[in-house]
Design a protein around this ligand. Structure first.
Ligand code: BG6
Length: 319
């Protein structure tokens, strides 16, 4: 049975719990989403947590939750200094607009509209809808941005996904070979990733650019805990720009971030060794700006799929 309930979570902040409970009463799949930032903070697939939240995260309803899937809008980073870093969507209280379930899934939908505070920082009328669908095989997240005002606006958007991993030293990432990226660790130079599999042994902060690289394939993150315990996760992504005249696919960039030890230590809401246990793989539309005319929409999707079958995994990682 797929079901939802509303609860108070850390810091007494309201959250929605979505889950599948078997006839034997075992919760096999679940996820949790706080209304603060509409931040998804947990996704358990057959009881195994896939999402990282910092043990030192601050739950005061003011600071963005360190971990989960914070929503980045209307800017990535802080190109516009009158807006907060990564925009305001991750630090606003969203409304839960609906929850529905059927025999195969459970869905929650959240909404955020401009208000006096956002208008002061960013003078546009927008409507955001965030839809999370949990099934037995995947977690699907869709951020839908509509321009409901009378003036055009430019925006960026990103799903800042923190994935939990056993240990960063045992992780390989596939899918970035041959792609151009902007290296934020090296003062924003662009380079091409020539490695077949990406392993991380120092700070990494890259924006893989679909516009310059061609299509970025599905990304596979493989964690090897020991020889008999290999887990893989596939990240699929898609964005569309719904224009008055029709729908166009948008290039989806992917940010790869791990702060490593020095930056972990500098973050107040991360243990010094927190970098060992997570990796951010963040699909977004962040290269340049998307111009949304009145009535237009930008839709950003990510689907996370645990990969079980070793043959499927081999095909994915050898391509
Ligand atoms: C990543 C950026 O998306 O987010 C990094 O590429 C940044 O540069 C990181 O450090 C975390 O940002 P914040 O604002 O949540 O500390």
């Amino acid at each position: 049975m797929w079901r939802t309930r509303n609860e108070l979570g850390n810091g007494d902040l309201p959250k929605v719990v979505m889950e599948f409970c078997s006839e034997a009463g075992v919760v096999e799949h679940s996820c949790e989403i706080y209304l603060f930032g509409a931040t998804l903070t947990s996704w358990k697939h057959f009881g195994t947590e896939k999402i990282f939240v910092s043990p030192s995260a601050i739950w005061n309803g003011v600071k963005a939750i360190r971990g989960g899937i914070p929503l980045v809008f209307p800017q990535f980073g802080q190109p516009n200094t009158s807006l907060p870093q990564h925009g305001f969507a991750r630090i606003k209280n969203w409304d839960l607009s609906s929850t529905t379930s059927d025999t195969k899934s459970v869905t929650a939908e959240f909404r955020l509209r401009d208000d006096g505070q956002t208008f002061q920082q960013w003078p546009f009328h927008f409507a955001l809808t965030y839809t999370v669908v949990l099934t037995a095989s995947s977690l699907h997240c869709n951020l839908h941005i509509s321009n409901i005002g009378e003036s055009p606006f430019c925006c960026q958007a990103l799903l800042h996904t923190y994935l939990t991993i056993g240990n960063i030293n045992d992780v390989s990432i596939f899918g970035f070979t041959g792609l151009s990226y902007l290296d934020k660790v090296e003062a924003g130079v662009t380079a091409v990733d020539s490695d077949h599999e990406r392993i991380i042994r120092s700070e990494v902060d890259r924006v893989y650019l679909e516009e310059y690289s061609g299509k970025i394939p599905d990304i596979i993150i493989r964690s090897i805990n020991n020889e008999s315990d290999v887990t893989s996760l596939k990240v699929m992504k898609r964005a569309t720009h719904v224009k008055i005249g029709g729908v166009e696919d948008k290039p989806v960039d992917v940010v790869l971030w791990n702060p490593w030890i020095e930056k972990s230590t500098a973050l107040v809401d991360m243990p010094n060794d927190g970098y060992l246990n997570f990796l951010c793989v963040e699909p977004g539309v962040v290269q340049g700006w998307t111009d949304l005319l009145p009535g237009e929409c930008l839709s950003l999707n990510q689907e996370l799929i645990p990969v079980h079958d070793s043959k499927e995994e081999q095909n994915l990682t050898s391509s």
